[in-house]
Design a protein around this ligand. Structure first.
Ligand SMILES: Nc1nc2c(c(=O)[nH]1)N[C@H]1C(S)=C(S)[C@@H](COP(=O)(O)OP(=O)(O)OC[C@H]3O[C@@H](n4cnc5c(=O)[nH]c(N)nc54)[C@H](O)[C@@H]3O)O[C@H]1N2
Ligand SMILES: Nc1nc2c(c(=O)[nH]1)N[C@H]1C(S)=C(S)[C@@H](COP(=O)(O)OP(=O)(O)OC[C@H]3O[C@@H](n4cnc5c(=O)[nH]c(N)nc54)[C@H](O)[C@@H]3O)O[C@H]1N2
Ligand code: SF4
Ligand SMILES: [Mo]
Length: 798
């Protein structure tokens, strides 16, 4: 096939790509390049048309998808592909999930008609109704609830199934109607998001781009698996693979399990007990101090609170510094020796000493973490601690370094549809919505992290859930969530917009059939070291009675008398064009809207090459102070000390002013005789959370398994492939055992997101291997975030 031999380089030349191409001896550096329909398709049959769309799921990939369509039906799905790049090509290609969309689009779980619940909430019995019937009823119920309880009683759940420039239309509609109770934060990185800006300033949440690590001598990767969680696209999976190929650095993966990222590449697995990174770091830090391997000059000039020399006046002379914590003269009067940390972490003391020597001498040192270490009951302290290693060694703001948090990325800042002003000032940590249904009026700023108001004045009475499975499947403690949601006297109206009959959808009073974003015009941008955007068209006309969210909300707005305010007279396509043009007005390098639509995919290299976090601060701290109270990096935080003193905290709700090791909650993190194992979750390559969880082909390729070490399996009589039951005080779930040394003894691992499958009117035992049957709803102390990787359990043969 002649097209297959067309190199991307020649395509760029012949297709008149935007931007400069500087070529020398075959090495081509493109800063801008347009792809898309201009790329001839090697496989298209004569009667096919091909249409670009994008995956809209909450995966950083947001990959281009190319739909092959015959007679208004999708025949197959492929992705971006250049056969012979001829230079380093970021390849924003869809993973196998994206390529199986056809099975979801046309599958038996797809929601095709508006439906009204006829059974009990959660039972999943519905009757088909017309759009008019559904929207009339929703409009009148919503009006009744707002009139009776106020706008603060309407909550929009955390829901991540759709990303696009026009995804956030539901908040816009609610703001036209007087507002809603917002949830702040997310389920992804709440603990890190809350604490890092406090101690490192707002620039501190995302760190250096991964290409910065190419210059490092040692890379420490705590709780991250880019090969699994950054799949497809030109995002950090690609960056990570390239880094592994290029970097001369050693990479050490610190994780309770030997992840796919640590497998098969140049890297070393340092097994650790989950939730104990802070203990490991404390002991390494102790050895750095003892071995005189710390960069005291850096600590004095750029940080507050390492030792007495830089303590803020309020805490001076009280043995409250980090050094005091380490040496046993402070916080808990325990010296953080390797011998102290070894039984906690499972890492031998000798290995900790060796690691300290490596950390103290490697320059540059690149420390990065995923969000695994922070999605825990001690998540804030655990993830903050990890950032101590680059600070103690002065490895921040320089080439080849990071600040110890998650890597950064480069993207084209596309504008989103404006949500408008929310007249309701109160907001809650997004994970606490079941509490706010059950006892919202007892929730305050001091006991539940309510923001914008001292307390809630109303319980949640209405839930609008667009593209999310967080009512049950993805929320903590499903059995408890069920009891709260099933009680119709508490939450009086639940509306769900879905493309699949999920566990959460079964709780809907009205279930509305949505179009995928590739079944309508849609625009999205993402990136890693390279940024790209995808402009997609509808691959087919809408099938059955599916409607786009925008059309549905326009009809609802009409019934509620706010259509003009909601639409401003514009169709969704007109909004997309306006948002694009507004973006382009500030970024002249972008192609015209017509070009973007015609071509589908647009890529841009980071003009800065790489981003190094805190670079300006390091170069000139006086001219570029951080947005912390001191303007410096805070190792002792007065803000945290004040919060800890003012808030109503439980006994294990540790918010310390220095990053300390704390075991977490007794009920989720401290194994007992009855519940002797930890169960740590992770994000699975076979699904995106629960998305694709119903696709049989993917389930076969990616079975839902419980990883269990032979040392734990044997005494329980468990062999590989046995069906096992994982149970604790919150519930029980069943799945297949994977007996493997890839997980530390004493801990089992379970991928999150499998479809919950229990008889909620009967024994409530989940047969789907859904980890949230055994998770808690109790939030972490500071962020009030989801500690869903923190669990204790017992495992038996089912
Ligand atoms: N394939 C796939 N990709 C995804 C997703 C998905 O569901 N599937 N979800 C997407 C979303 S929304 C998000 S937020 C991200 C999530 O990205 P992350 O939060 O980074 O992913 P996790 O798998 O939860 O955790 C990363 C690693 O941390 C390990 N870990 C767990 N607890 C600890 C601990 O206490 N200490 C240490 N050192 N390691 C620990 C886990 O074993 C895992 O290997 O992924 C995104 N990408
Ligand atoms: N135990 C445990 N629980 C977790 C996590 C964990 O690590 N452990 N991770 C948490 C994290 S980080 C996150 S981000 C959340 C994610 O939780 P959710 O946001 O609930 O993510 P998904 O399960 O992917 O659900 C997305 C839903 O959107 C639907 N959908 C997909 N495309 C469309 C569309 O075009 N239109 C509509 N209307 N619907 C669509 C899918 O069918 C799916 O039901 O889960 C959290 N839950
Ligand atoms: S799930 Fe992620 S990697 Fe796969 S196609 Fe969608 S955006 Fe790309
Ligand atoms: Mo997430």
């Amino acid at each position: 096939m002649p097209q297959a031999n067309l190199s991307r380089r020649s395509f760029l030349r012949t297709s008149g790509a935007l931007g400069a191409l500087a070529g020398a001896g075959g090495a081509v550096a493109a800063t801008d390049a347009l792809f898309g329909s201009g790329v001839p398709c090697a496989h298209a049959a004569p009667d096919e048309k091909t249409v670009w769309g994008h995956c809209a799921i909450n995966c950083p990939g947001r990959c281009p998808l190319r739909f092959h369509v015959v007679d208004d039906e999708v025949t197959w799905v492929e992705s971006y592909a250049t056969p012979d790049a001829g230079f380093e090509d970021p390849q924003p290609r869809a993973c196998l999930r994206g390529r199986t969309y056809r099975r979801w689009m046309n599958g038996p779980d797809r929601v095709n008609y508006p439906m009204r619940r006829v059974g009990r909430r959660g039972e999943g019995r519905f009757e088909r109704v017309s759009w008019d019937e559904a929207l009339d009823a929703i409009a009148s119920e919503l009006r009744r609830i707002i009139d009776a309880y106020g706008n603060e009683s309407v909550f929009l759940t955390y829901a991540t199934g759709v990303s696009s420039t026009t995804a956030r239309t539901l908040p816009r509609l609610m703001n036209c109607l007087g507002g809603y109770l917002a949830g702040y934060g997310d389920y992804s990185a709440m603990q890190m998001q809350r604490i890092l800006p406090v101690v490192q300033g707002m620039t501190g949440f995302y760190g250096s781009t991964l290409n910065a690590a190419e210059e490092a001598e040692l890379i420490l990767a705590f709780g991250t698996s880019p090969v699994e969680t950054r799949q497809g696209g030109a995002v950090s999976h690609y960056d990570w693979v390239r880094l592994r190929e290029k970097a001369g650095a050693r990479i050490i993966y610190i994780d309770p399990r030997l992840s796919d990222s640590a497998m098969g590449g140049a890297g070393e697995w340092l097994p650790i007990n989950p939730g104990t990174d802070a203990a490991l770091v404390s002991a390494i830090a102790h050895e750095l101090v003892v071995g005189d391997l710390i960069d005291k000059e850096f600590l004095d000039a750029y940080c507050v609170g390492f030792d007495e020399d830089t303590m803020p006046p309020s805490a001076r002379g009280q043995n409250r510094s980090y050094r005091d914590y380490l040496m046993g003269t402070g916080y808990d009067k325990v010296e953080k020796t390797p011998e102290w940390a070894a039984p906690i972490t499972g890492v031998p003391a000798a290995r900790i000493r060796e690691l300290a020597r490596e950390v103290g001498t490697a320059k540059p040192l690149f420390v990065v973490q995923g969000w695994g270490p922070q999605r825990r009951s001690n998540g804030e302290m655990n993830c903050w601690s990890i950032t101590m290693l680059p600070l103690l060694t002065g490895q921040v703001g320089l080439p080849g370094t990071n600040h110890g948090g998650r890597e950064g990325s480069f993207s084209i800042g596309l504008k989103s549809i404006p949500a408008g002003q929310n007249p309701v000032k109160a907001s809650i940590p997004v994970f606490l919505y079941t509490d706010a249904i059950d006892h919202g009026t007892e929730m305050t700023a001091l006991n539940a992290g309510v923001q914008g108001a001292p307390a809630l004045t109303q319980n949640i009475k209405c839930i609008l859930n667009y593209a999310g499975n967080c009512l049950t499947n993805q929320h903590g403690n499903i059995n408890r969530a069920h009891d709260i949601l099933a009680d119709e006297s508490k939450c009086e109206l639940i509306v769900v917009w879905e493309t699949a009959m999920t566990d959460s959808a079964k709780y809907a009073d009205y279930l509305l059939p949505d179009l995928f974003r590739f079944e309508q015009r849609s625009l999205i941008g993402t990136g890693g070291d390279v940024a790209y955007l995808v402009a997609g068209e509808a691959c087919t006309t809408p099938k059955f009675e599916r409607k786009s969210l925008y059309e549905c909300l326009t009809l609802l707005a009409r019934r509620l008398g706010v259509e003009e305010a909601f639409t401003e007279g514009k169709t969704e396509s007109e909004w997309i064009e306006q948002l694009y043009e507004e973006t382009r007005a500030k970024d002249a390098g972008l192609p015209t809207y017509a070009e973007a639509l015609a071509r589908g995919v647009y890529l841009r290299e980071n003009p800065r090459g790489r981003t190094i976090v805190h670079e300006a601060f390091r170069a000139d701290p006086a001219a570029n102070p951080l947005s912390t109270p001191s303007g410096k990096i805070e190792i002792y935080s007065e803000t945290l000390a004040q919060i800890a003193a003012a808030w109503d905290l439980g006994p294990e709700d540790v918010i310390a002013p220095v990053p300390v090791y704390t075991p977490g909650f007794t009920e989720t993190d401290v194994p007992t005789e009855r519940l002797p194992l930890r169960c740590s979750g992770f994000h699975y390559r076979g699904r995106l959370h629960s998305s694709w969880g119903g696709i049989e082909l993917l389930r076969q390729a990616n079975p839902q398994e419980l990883w269990i070490n032979p040392a734990d399996a044997e005494p329980r009589g468990i062999a590989a492939g046995d069906r096992v039951r994982v149970a604790n005080d919150f519930g029980a779930t069943e799945l297949i055992a994977k007996v493997t040394p890839r997980v530390v003894p004493g801990t089992v691992c379970m991928a999150q997101g499998a479809w919950h499958d229990a008889d909620m009117g009967g024994d409530r035992v989940d047969r789907g291997g859904c980890i949230n049957t055994i998770t808690t709803h109790r939030p972490s102390p500071l962020a009030k975030g989801n500690p869903q990787h923190s669990n204790i359990c017992e495992v038996t043969k089912a």
